[in-house]
Design a protein around this ligand. Structure first.
Ligand code: SF4
Length: 432
């Protein structure tokens, strides 16, 4: 059977999609462990969130075209394929197939057609594939579990609802089943993800929403740590804070998507809150969990963002002292209201503003890390690099935050560590 080389770009949710598609392709007889230069089919799971992500996707497709065997097929899937299928087909004749998210039910059939394989196959819906399919055991002690697809929020800068549609939540039983399979396979940390995680269940009338889901899955056999990513501020209710602060299996790690601190700008983004209300929310979180870790993402350079609004955000960062923060340069997304707004800023000005805010936050993050010296933390060992084990405590989410270097241990071990040093975004510790 043909062998596939799959490259995945973008967010954790896209990685989960790739994992599920690998299961479907393997179950249909396709190998998915080929090197790019050996594969019969080279597949790119793309991202289209912002301009930089689209550029990376296009460059990756062109690199794959150059690297692949001349007779191999080139297949593009994911958000760019969903959003710009026609443009991709017209502008990239070297691509053999473009399969968007809502056509994943046809993916294997498309691969059969490209490979000249004539076989009748059951064709499930895309949602069936993305929700129902079990996935291969990840090579890490953590795994992402997507609890819903799509988003109902009206943020004026965001194209995700145009790409992934309205929110569709999975059933709690389906989510628990997947978590059990992963934990049975040795995964100890589960990271729950969705575009709008804290709004989970609203579309399926799941009573109690995310808080009840946490209760329902919190005692899965083998689960050591449950982490939540992408919490929309207005959806963070006292019950959720309480559950995250008091349930031993849940990391008191609050990944807030605040996006800005200026109220007029947030309103232009069609988002709730203000610097004051966000500071109060963070105070509530820290009152419920004094050792809670906080993170947020911010959009920088939104149309019309004035110098004083930029300073307002800078002052907010200095005042609330988040442990971690990510800054995304605003880029106009076709079809979004913000792309039509007056006051679009020059790209180099936006880049400069991002650099300015990152410098402020880097100092805050380093100080928060220095405060960890002397603490004892439970750490999962993710891997070994140059003979040095490294891992993460509840304070570090996979792939986006810092790491803890250790003196000994094996991947998958859960160990108690005394933190002995802090170096920028990373820590050093000794296994007890
Ligand atoms: S909540 Fe997030 S995914 Fe949904 S529209 Fe807003 S920014 Fe986009």
């Amino acid at each position: 059977m043909p062998r596939i080389h799959l490259t995945t770009l973008g967010c954790a949710k896209n990685q989960v999609d790739s994992d599920k598609l690998v299961s479907v392709m393997n179950a249909s007889g396709y190998g998915t462990d080929a090197l790019a230069e050996e594969a019969d089919i080279v597949m790119i799971n793309t991202c289209a969130f912002i301009e930089d992500a689209r550029e990376e996707s296009i460059n990756t497709i062109l690199e794959a075209e150059r690297a692949k065997r001349p007779d191999a097929k080139l297949v593009v899937i994911g958000c760019l394929a969903q959003r710009y299928a026609t443009e991709l087909v017209e502008s990239l004749p070297e691509v053999d197939a473009v399969v968007g998210l809502d056509r994943y039910g046809d993916l294997v059939g498309t691969l059969d057609d490209l490979s000249g394989i004539d076989v009748e196959r059951p064709r499930g819906s895309s949602m069936d594939i993305l929700f129902e399919t079990s996935r291969p055991t990840p090579g890490t002690p953590y795994a992402y579990v997507k609890v819903a697809e799509g988003c109902d929020k009206p943020c004026t800068f965001c194209a995700i609802p145009l790409i992934r549609g309205a929110q569709r939540s999975r059933s709690p039983i389906n989510i628990r089943q997947e978590m059990s399979e992963l934990c049975d396979a040795g995964v100890g940390e589960i990271v729950l993800v969705a575009q709008d995680l804290a709004a989970y269940g609203r579309d399926i009338q799941a009573p109690g929403g995310i808080t009840e889901l946490l209760e329902f899955v919190g005692d899965v056999q083998g689960l050591r740590r449950l982490r939540l990513l992408y919490l929309y501020p207005k959806e963070i209710r006292p019950g959720l804070i309480e559950a995250m602060a008091t349930t031993s299996s849940i990391a008191p790690y609050f990944d807030l998507s605040l996006q800005h601190a200026s109220q007029p700008l947030l309103r232009a983004m069609k988002r709730p809150g203000s610097g004051e209300s966000f500071a109060a929310l963070i105070d509530d979180i820290r009152a419920a969990s004094p050792t809670a870790t906080t993170r947020s993402s911010f959009i920088v350079g939104f149309p019309g963002e004035t110098g004083s609004q930029l300073e307002e955000l800078a002052d907010f960062l200095t005042a609330v002292r988040l442990d971690w923060a990510g800054f995304f340069p605003y880029s106009p997304e076709i079809g979004t209201p913000a792309a039509e707004l007056e006051g679009q800023l020059p790209k180099d000005e936006i880049v400069e503003r991002v650099r300015y805010l990152r410098n402020i936050q880097d100092e805050i993050t380093q100080a928060a890390n220095t405060d960890q010296v002397g603490r004892e933390l439970e750490v999962v060992i993710d891997g070994i690099e140059d003979g040095q084990p490294f891992g993460r405590s509840y304070r570090e989410a996979p792939e986006i935050d810092g790491l803890i270097s250790l003196d000994r241990g094996e991947p998958g071990d859960w160990v108690t560590v005394e933190i002995t040093g802090a170096y920028g975004t990373d820590l050093v510790g000794v296994v007890q």
